[in-house]
Design a protein around this ligand. Structure first.
Ligand SMILES: Nc1nc2c(ncn2[C@@H]2O[C@H](COP(=O)(O)OP(=O)(O)OP(=O)(O)O)[C@@H](O)[C@H]2O)c(=O)[nH]1
Ligand SMILES: [Mg+2]
Length: 355
């Protein structure tokens, strides 16, 4: 089987240039590239990936998710104009798309969650999200111990994009409380929402502050794996750029705007247009590139670290919490680098289900 590094390198060489190109550039990485990874990994039974978005209400979670998946997964689909805006999310809503290419199936699920409101009790805001994550682990555990072990559907949450408000001076107590509640359960990828409301300098300052606070609070976010020394310079550079961009500062939009004859997804202001897929304007492309090139790693960490924590908790039973905690830390310290250093689609079958 091809190793993770090999397949990323191959992916990197054949399809991708590290300049974080936009859709009109030949090196652009879209979701269409995913099935290639599936082939490269020789995953015969298919590939399942679940992404969850969480954060305060109104930060643009639903908009971003639409931007991430609409572009490539629904090329023919009607893109809503400014009038049919995305409605406020009121319940946990999981939508899946099945992609099949050359006989290989890929199932992508996006779990959109209702934004945290003004509840005084912080736990209340996100209890249902924690429950959702645990339920998926529980389901997997049951399936794993069942008779039909070979055909388990993996609904575990492999990545959680956590949206941070651009308006504050860093993390809010609710952000810290949520991240601490889930960092042993899921790969957290923090993102700064609505980055178009910040200057370049403000983005830089906020990123630094957020990373400091994450570290000070002992929160384990998802960190990209280190590159091996023998990897080529381009690949290392790409990884470094993705690492240093974290937490990704993103912009979302439901509008297609014409700029100098080009149609772009963007936000129009009296002083100009902010383009979602322009790497000079925000980190959207970097976030998407990270997601695509690290899907396999996100899955592996979910299985080997988070699910393993869940499983050993279940198997060890109550009364051994302290020991379990130290066990968790050990496992996590192996995987997580706490320094924070840094279409050809032949079938699209969108399905929708709610919890
Ligand atoms: N300035 C700015 N506005 C944005 C951005 N993304 C979304 N919005 C706007 O913010 C509002 C809320 O967007 P949603 O995507 O519904 O936010 P949400 O986080 O899903 O909200 P809940 O469902 O309530 O949790 C809408 O009016 C969007 O057009 C962005 O990047 N910048
Ligand atoms: Mg929403």
């Amino acid at each position: 089987m091809t190793s993770y590094v090999q397949y990323v390198q191959h992916f990197n060489h054949s399809n991708y240039s590290f300049q974080f190109s936009n859709p009109e550039t030949p090196g652009y990485v879209g979701f269409a590239n995913l099935p290639n990874q599936v082939h490269r990994k020789s995953v015969k039974k298919g590939f399942e990936f679940t992404l969850m978005v969480v954060g305060e209400s109104g930060l643009g979670k639903s908009t971003l998710v639409n931007n991430l998946f609409l572009t490539d997964l629904y090329p023919e689909r009607h893109i809503p104009n400014a009038i049919d805006k995305i409605k406020q999310t009121v319940k946990i809503d999981a939508s899946s798309v099945e992609i099949e290419e050359r006989g290989v199936k890929l199932r992508l699920t996006v779990v959109d969650t209702p934004g945290f409101g003004d509840s005084i009790n912080t736990g209340e805001c996100y209890a249902s999200i924690l429950q959702y994550i645990d339920e998926q682990f529980e389901r997997y555990l049951n399936d794993e111990s069942g008779l039909n072990r070979r055909n388990i559907t993996d609904n575990r949450v492999h990545a959680c994009f956590y949206f941070i408000s651009p308006a504050g001076h860093g993390l809010k107590p609710l952000d810290i409380a949520f991240m601490k509640a889930v960092h042993y359960k899921v790969n957290i990828v923090p993102v700064i929402a609505k980055a178009d409301t910040l200057t370049k300098q403000e983005v830089h300052k906020l990123k630094k502050k957020i990373l400091e606070e994450i570290r000070a609070n002992g929160i384990n976010i998802y960190t990209l794996p280190d590159c091996d020394d023998d990897e080529d310079e381009e690949f290392k550079l790409q990884c470094d750029q993705l690492k240093t961009a974290m937490p990704f500062a993103v912009v979302g939009s439901n509008q297609i705007i014409e700029v100098k004859g080009r149609k772009v997804r963007g936000r129009m202001y009296p002083w100009g247009v902010v383009e979602v897929e322009n790497p000079e304007h925000c980190d959207f492309i970097k976030l998407r590139t990270m997601l695509i090139t690290h899907m396999q790693d996100l899955q592996e960490v979910t299985h080997e670290v988070h699910y393993e924590n869940f499983r050993s908790d279940r198997l060890s039973g109550p009364g051994e919490v302290d020991e379990r905690d130290s066990g968790r830390k050990q496992r996590l310290s192996i995987r997580f680098n706490l320094t924070l250093s840094s279409h050809n689609l032949i079938a699209l079958v969108p399905t929708r289900f709610s919890t």
